[in-house]
Design a protein around this ligand. Structure first.
Ligand code: CO
Length: 209
C-alpha cells in the first residue's frame, strides 16, 4: 500500500517529466480549459476517465458519483452539467458505467445500508422499469451486468430530461449525449446509446424554449 508521501513524490516526478517533454505544458494549461467532453462516471477507483481514454489534463471535464447517476435533485451534478454545457460548451456528454459495479449490485439486494439506501433507490427504480427482462435472467452476474447497461441508458434519458440539455438542443450548440459501458476484464469501452437534438423524447418531459 502506498503512503501519501509516496503519492506526493510520484506527483513531483510526473510534473518534472511533463515539463521535460513539453516545457510549456503547465503554463499553457494554467491559461484556461477548453475540454470537448463531459464525463459522468462511477466513483470506482478502477475506472479513471483520463487513463482509460488516454487523454491529457484539459481534455475531459469530470463528474463522478456512485453508479454514475443523473439524479434530478443532485445540485452537484446539475451544476457541473450546466457549467460544462453552457459555459465550456462541451460537444459530448457521456455517462460511463462499468460491469461489476458495486453500487448497481448493492441495489439488487435487500440489505439496509444506511444513507446510501436513498442513492441506490434510484437504481432500484431502473430495475422496476425493466423487471420482466431482468427477472428472466437466471445467472446473477449476467443479471447484474444487464442492470448496469440498463442503468446507463436510463441515466442518458435522465440527461435528456433536463432543461439544461434541452435548452442547449434549441440553440446553435447541440451536444451529443452518450451511454458507455466499461469492461473491467478487458479495459474496453462500448457505446450503448446515443442521443442528440433529433432524438425522440416523451412529450411529458419536454420543455418549451
Ligand atoms: Co461502479
Amino acid at each position: 500500500m502506498k503512503s501519501t508521501n509516496q503519492l506526493l513524490l510520484a506527483n513531483k516526478a510526473w510534473a518534472k517529466e511533463k515539463v521535460e517533454t513539453s516545457p510549456n505544458f503547465f503554463t499553457n494549461l494554467a491559461k484556461g480549459q477548453n475540454p470537448r467532453f463531459l464525463w459522468i462516471g462511477c466513483s470506482d477507483s478502477r475506472v479513471p476517465a483520463d487513463q482509460i481514454t488516454n487523454t491529457e489534463p484539459g481534455e475531459i471535464f469530470v463528474h463522478r458519483n456512485v453508479a454514475n447517476m443523473v439524479v434530478h435533485t443532485d445540485l452537484n451534478l446539475l451544476s457541473v452539467l450546466q457549467y460544462a454545457v453552457e459555459v465550456l460548451k462541451v460537444e459530448h456528454v457521456m455517462v460511463v458505467g462499468h460491469y461489476g459495479c458495486g453500487g448497481v449490485l448493492a441495489s439488487m439486494q435487500s440489505q439496509h445500508l444506511g444513507l446510501i439506501n436513498k442513492w441506490l433507490r434510484n437504481i432500484k427504480e431502473v430495475y422496476r422499469l425493466n423487471r420482466e427482462e431482468l427477472d428472466g435472467i437466471s445467472d446473477e452476474v449476467a443479471r447484474g451486468n444487464r442492470l448496469v447497461e440498463l442503468n446507463i441508458v436510463e441515466q442518458v434519458f435522465n440527461l435528456a430530461k433536463t432543461s439544461i440539455i434541452q435548452k442547449s438542443w434549441n440553440t446553435t450548440h447541440k451536444p451529443t449525449i452518450h451511454g458507455w459501458v466499461y469492461g473491467m476484464e478487458d479495459g474496453i469501452l462500448k457505446e450503448l446509446v446515443q442521443m442528440d437534438n433529433t432524438s425522440e423524447l416523451d412529450p411529458v418531459f419536454k420543455f418549451d424554449f
